[in-house]
Design a protein around this ligand. Structure first.
Ligand SMILES: Cc1ncc(COP(=O)(O)O)c(C=O)c1O
Length: 383
């Protein structure tokens, strides 16, 4: 096998050629500072405005509600820490889940340790689903923020965002959702869902790294996140990353509703090919998460008796990229906090699970090749 096969799109994605083209064009022909008043600045500002329009349209929100920044981690930190510190006199209780990305969980720990906030980490069941009753019971008068992800990065599970939005309709808590994994595949309308703050990152959508945005509902109050110039209406100072923002805008423009639906159909087919081959080879597997309630690009498999580190290494030797969980914990021996939330600390699934994530550039042929290699490796490694 010569061609490498990349199946770790939940960690990051390749940049589409059309995106590279527009970024290159900005690098060559539009280097002005969007805040400058001369023609160079005006040209850059026009580009910035156009990108903001594309992104605002993708969520059916106002342009003014999009704040460009450096990506998912910054959006999560900003939404959580700014809200907490700004609203601390109204209450010090926050609700989140045990399966959030570390950008959320570590922001929560920071608030607990340094500012005396009380955080409720809602559990999920063994299928990775959140019980809306648990959420309802945890909601208090002094809850100032709810931060619950749209779709999980390790198992793909979708959280009950609509139901939470409805329960918060007459509650003063701000509602933040980390939509870093979901935005590229699901149509999201924050106003209809009662979402106040939403995090997005370009590198998960075939855009560049180090750029993203925070959607902030006009109706909620927050102070400026970064102090300095007047960029982003004084909310996030710093000269805008016009090259990155242009790449993100193009990536979003290419993600039409038709494209999102086509992707979901392809990924369902890829998943079926993989599961079918495992069944034909009589390999025992369990899907971590809920097949009926998950993002289509993530497939997390528990393969009893197969050490996931060894499996990943042997696939890597074949030029196939997979993961055991979130990229932030890859390279360290930390077990997945998401799988622990599903099964508890001592379950064998923690060491015997792999995450396959599909995306741009994958083909049925590549998936078939991958599946053949996967079956061979499992048969060799299985205890
Ligand atoms: C759900 C989720 N939130 C946040 C992030 C962090 O985004 P970024 O890499 O843009 O900082 C990631 C990336 O792995 C993610 O999957």
């Amino acid at each position: 096998m010569n061609e490498k096969i990349y199946l770790d799109h939940a960690a990051t994605t390749p940049i589409r050629p059309e995106v590279i083209d527009v970024m290159t064009d900005v690098m060559k022909h539009n280097f002005g500072n969007p805040s400058s008043i001369h023609s160079f600045g005006r040209k850059a500002h026009k580009q910035l405005t156009e990108m903001r329009k594309i992104i605002a349209n993708s969520l059916s929100v106002k342009e003014h509600e999009i704040i460009f920044n450096s990506g998912g981690t910054e959006s999560d930190n900003t939404a959580i820490i700014s809200t907490a510190l700004f609203r601390k006199d109204l209450g010090k209780h926050i609700i989140t889940t045990a399966i959030e990305h570390h950008a959320v969980l570590h922001s929560m720990e920071y608030l607990e340790k340094n500012f005396g906030f009380e955080v409720t980490y809602l559990p999920v069941d063994e299928h990775g689903n959140l019980n809306i009753e648990d959420f309802n019971k945890s909601l208090r008068e002094d809850t100032i923020l709810v931060s619950i992800m749209y779709g999980n990065n390790e198992i793909g599970n979708l959280m009950p965002i609509k139901e939470i939005g409805e329960l918060l309709e007459n509650h003063p808590a701000y509602f933040h959702t980390d939509a870093v994994q979901a935005y590229g595949l699901v149509d999201i309308r924050p106003h209809e869902l009662g979402i106040d703050l939403l995090s997005v990152s370009a590198h998960k959508l075939n855009g560049p790294k180090g750029v993203g945005f925070l959607y902030k509902n006009d109706a909620i109050l927050l102070p400026e996140f970064m102090h300095g110039g007047e960029q982003e209406e004084k909310r996030r100072a710093g000269t805008e990353n016009l090259i990155g923002i242009t790449g993100m805008g193009k990536a979003v423009e290419l993600l039409t509703d038709d494209e999102k639906h086509a992707r979901a159909a392809h990924y369902a087919n890829y998943q079926a090919i993989i599961l079918d081959s495992l069944e034909k080879a009589e390999i025992e597997y369990h899907i971590n998460g809920d097949v009926k309630n998950k993002l289509p690009h993530v497939l997390n498999l528990y393969l009893p008796g197969v050490n996931s580190d060894l499996l990943l290494m042997s696939m890597d030797l074949k030029g196939i990229a997979l993961s055991t969980g979130s990229a932030c914990t890859a390279g360290t021996v930390d077990p997945s906090h998401v799988l622990i939330a599903l099964y508890g600390e001592n379950h064998p699934a923690i060491k015997e699970s792999i995450r396959i994530s599909f995306g741009y550039g994958n083909t049925e042929e590549a998936i078939t090749t991958f599946t053949g290699e996967l079956v061979t490796a499992i048969q060799r490694l299985k205890k």
